[in-house]
Design a protein around this ligand. Structure first.
Ligand code: AKG
Length: 277
């Protein structure tokens, strides 16, 4: 028995590479988060792009608090241990009836992190259903070989390089439907994807990436992370400041610096200047 998960749930996670939806916040807690996010979008030219999609826990105090939610950390601790860093927070927003999609991919092949312990907690700020293009995973793929990706840079693909694994057996895939205020958790190496949003509401997902501090970054020597529980005895990531309030200048300046590092990491091995950011 872990702090939060049963032995059966931990076993399921280890075998399947994901946990189905579990509650992390009430709809009443989520509603103001969505409003603040949408206010930020309105003030910043609409749908978030580029660095505005990433590491927003440095911009918003409410997000910095949210990634430290004790029940989320208890769940993550059962899987990666008591010392926990947040490496990134990423928004995955699909507009109503848009053609945006996410092709099959393994996160572990692109981020330069030498751990297999990274877990993503994917939180729904609006219903993520089959119709709105929920996450799909290939159970057990995290224990298999690294899968071959091709880079398409397709305009509607939400991934930086449009990277895609070919030859996935879609019949084996599982839809991870998640209601507002629920989360699903998945392993670094699991193959996952999602279809377009065919509903009239936005599909808003927040992916929080948790890692143990013994992780190292191979694509940059300037990577950073936020210590959210326990101790960092390794010091491989520059500690990120915790904003004292929304748009705290110290944390905003830190966020600005992470933009270049993010490019170095995500476009490692390519001429990133010729690609979208
Ligand atoms: O939200 C989605 O549809 C995809 C998310 C994803 O690829 C990820 O969190 O790594």
């Amino acid at each position: 028995m872990g702090k939060h998960l049963t032995e059966e749930q931990i076993l399921r996670f280890n075998e399947d590479g994901y946990l189905p939806a579990f509650p992390v916040a009430s709809p009443d807690q989520i509603a103001p988060m969505r409003s603040k996010l949408e206010e930020f979008e309105k003030d910043n030219g609409g749908v978030l792009r580029g660095s505005n999609r990433f590491k927003n826990h440095l911009l918003f105090k409410w997000l910095s608090d949210f990634i430290r939610t004790p029940t989320i950390l208890d769940t993550v601790e059962d899987i990666i241990g008591p010392d926990i860093l947040v490496w990134s927070t990423d928004w995955w927003i699909k507009e109503p009836r848009s053609s945006q999609f996410v092709s099959w991919h393994q996160d572990s092949q692109y981020w330069g992190l030498d751990t297999d312990k990274l877990v993503t907690v994917w939180v729904a700020l609006s219903p993520s259903t089959k119709a709105s293009g929920c996450m799909r995973v290939l159970p057990g793929s995290h224990t298999g070989p690294d899968l071959q990706h091709e880079e398409t840079y397709h305009d509607d693909n939400m991934l930086t390089r449009g990277q895609q694994i070919t030859g996935i057996d879609e019949d084996q895939a599982v839809n991870l439907e998640v209601d507002t205020g629920e989360a699903t958790l998945f392993a670094f190496r699991i193959a996952h994807a999602s279809h377009p949003n065919q509903t009239d509401d936005r599909r808003i997902g927040l992916a929080i990436r948790y890692i143990p501090p013994n992780t190292r970054q191979a694509h940059s020597d300037q990577d950073s992370a936020a210590l959210v529980r326990g101790t960092d005895r390794f010091g491989s990531f520059e500690p990120e400041p915790e904003p004292r309030y929304d748009f705290d200048p110290v944390a905003v300046e830190f966020h600005r610096k992470t933009e270049e590092v993010r490019r170095q990491i995500l476009y490692h091995g390519t001429d990133w200047k010729s690609h979208r950011t």
